[in-house]
Design a protein around this ligand. Structure first.
Ligand SMILES: NC(=O)c1ccc[n+]([C@@H]2O[C@H](COP(=O)([O-])OP(=O)(O)OC[C@H]3O[C@@H](n4cnc5c(N)ncnc54)[C@H](O)[C@@H]3O)[C@@H](O)[C@H]2O)c1
Length: 425
């Protein structure tokens, strides 16, 4: 059995480590700087929740002794033939890249690496970083030569939260290598580890840019849908009807409009492109269009119910999307800002967060007893719980703005409230 180290046991790293540890080919060390995470994994417990299949995989690997966690990355790497890096690169507000975590992980890898090891990066990266930043750091610290003494690969992680285990085995895995041997070793590793279709690309940079291009495509497409929705609203046309009809033509794949784009992928990774000399293009404009949707929603609310000063507005969903506990870059944060500028009183409801977690955002955590105070509701993240939402409790509410175009308008209108969607009057 080969030894594999997965560096970073987060939302993606733990599922990866658990799958590799159950595939029958590898003994896996999971390396993480968070001791709580390491301790839990060493008890056979998954600290990542809402990932179908993960608890079972971690427990099974723990029992079979094929998954061990450690805070000592260099030591784990020194015993491994393959190292998988899945420590995030973060961005600041303006999209500037923040490498601190991954840089220190790579330094530890470089201290432990032995001759013949394959290091494969899965973290989303700007094109060029695997070779020019991390490969060179490993060379400098270890004294080994890239492509001769150690091998380098990049393979983007493209999975969707809540479906990670399924996506890892069903999406084709895009794989690249620094040289022929790197590509062969990486292909063999992922075939054994994930048992999925492998899609080889010709360079590390092509694989890095594949993931960024996917995120750019989705952001730009959603911006187009949003622009069309704003126009449809002016014409009193239902955009959802238009998109459905337009997409019946095989070359049309217009995405869905909404109150904004959140999460740590789509609104973030376009900056890996924009900040590398592409400031003037479509991607920058799309980012702006998508981020302006919160302002648009607040303006629609104001046009409908009048001045928002002291009005009590309830936002449904703190998470960036339904059924995921993840507030990163959620459109709710932009809505809170816009409503704050109008001096509205902002209430937020989210069944996945407790009152303390919600009040950190400077808003009032909503409880059902407050329902009759609410003047307007903006639905931002459509959690399953909202399918059963009873609007009859909102006795003084005059507007429901459906920011995801998912509610049944009759459930709202039957209580005398106005229903508005994004591009739907
Ligand atoms: N979460 C998603 O939905 C998603 C989807 C597709 C791709 N990705 C990619 O996966 C990457 C990882 O995302 P995630 O959601 O797993 O992140 P995460 O924040 O859940 O986990 C990161 C883990 O890395 C650990 N860590 C930080 N610095 C470290 C170091 N120096 N050494 C060892 N461990 C260290 C942290 O303690 C944490 O456990 C992202 O950068 C992104 O590129 C994420």
């Amino acid at each position: 059995m080969k030894n594999v180290t997965v560096v970073g046991l987060g939302k993606i790293g733990l599922p990866l480590a658990a799958i590799f540890a159950n595939c029958g080919h590898f003994h896996v060390y999971g390396a993480d700087i968070n001791k709580l995470v390491v301790d839990q994994v060493n008890q056979g417990i998954a600290h990542v929740s809402n990932e179908p299949g993960l608890d079972e995989l971690v427990a099974k690997a723990h029992q079979a002794k094929t998954l061990e966690a450690t805070v000592n990355t260099a030591d784990a790497v020194s015993k491994s033939e393959v190292v998988v890096v899945i420590v995030p690169v973060l961005t600041r507000e303006n999209g500037q890249i923040y490498y601190q975590y991954i840089d220190s992980a790579v330094e530890e890898i470089a201290k432990g690496i032995k001759k013949g090891t394959l290091v494969t990066f899965e973290t989303t990266l700007p094109a060029g970083d695997t070779r020019n930043r991390f490969g060179k750091t490993i060379e400098k610290i270890s004294g080994l030569t890239m492509g001769e003494d150690f091998y380098l690969s990049y393979s983007p992680e493209r999975v969707y939260s809540n479906r990670i285990i399924k996506d890892l085995s069903s999406y084709p895995k895009v794989v690249s290598g620094y040289n022929k041997t790197s590509l062969e070793l990486a292909t063999d590793f992922y075939k054994k580890g994930l048992n999925c279709e492998i899609l080889q690309v010709s360079s590390l940079e092509a694989a890095e840019f594949t993931k960024v291009a996917e995120c750019v495509y989705r952001d730009v497409n959603i911006a187009l849908a949003n622009e069309l929705a704003v126009y449809a609203n002016k014409l009193d046309i239902n955009i959802m009807e238009v998109i459905k009809a337009a997409n019946s033509e095989p070359y049309s794949n217009i995405h869905l409009p909404g109150v904004g784009v959140g999460g740590h992928c789509i609104p973030v990774y376009p900056y890996f492109f924009i900040n590398n000399g592409m400031q003037e293009g479509l991607t920058t404009l799309s980012r702006k269009i998508n981020d302006n949707m919160a302002q648009y929603a607040v303006e629609l609310t104001e046009e409908t119910i009048g001045q928002l000063k002291d009005k009590k507005i309830l936002i449904l969903g703190l998470s960036f999307r339904g059924n995921v506990k993840e507030p990163t870059k959620s459109s709710t944060l932009l809505l809170i800002e816009e409503l704050g500028e109008k001096d509205a009183k902002v209430f937020v409801d989210d069944p996945l967060f407790d009152a303390n977690e919600i009040s950190k955002y400077g808003v009032i955590p909503f409880s059902n007893q407050q329902a009759d105070q609410i003047d307007a509701i903006i639905l931002q993240a459509y959690h399953d719980e909202y399918q059963k939402l009873d609007f009859s409790d909102f006795k003084n509410c005059s507007l429901v703005l459906d920011g995801r175009n998912v509610l049944n308008r009759r459930d709202v209108e039957k209580f005398g409230m106005k229903y508005l969607g994004i591009g739907m009057k």
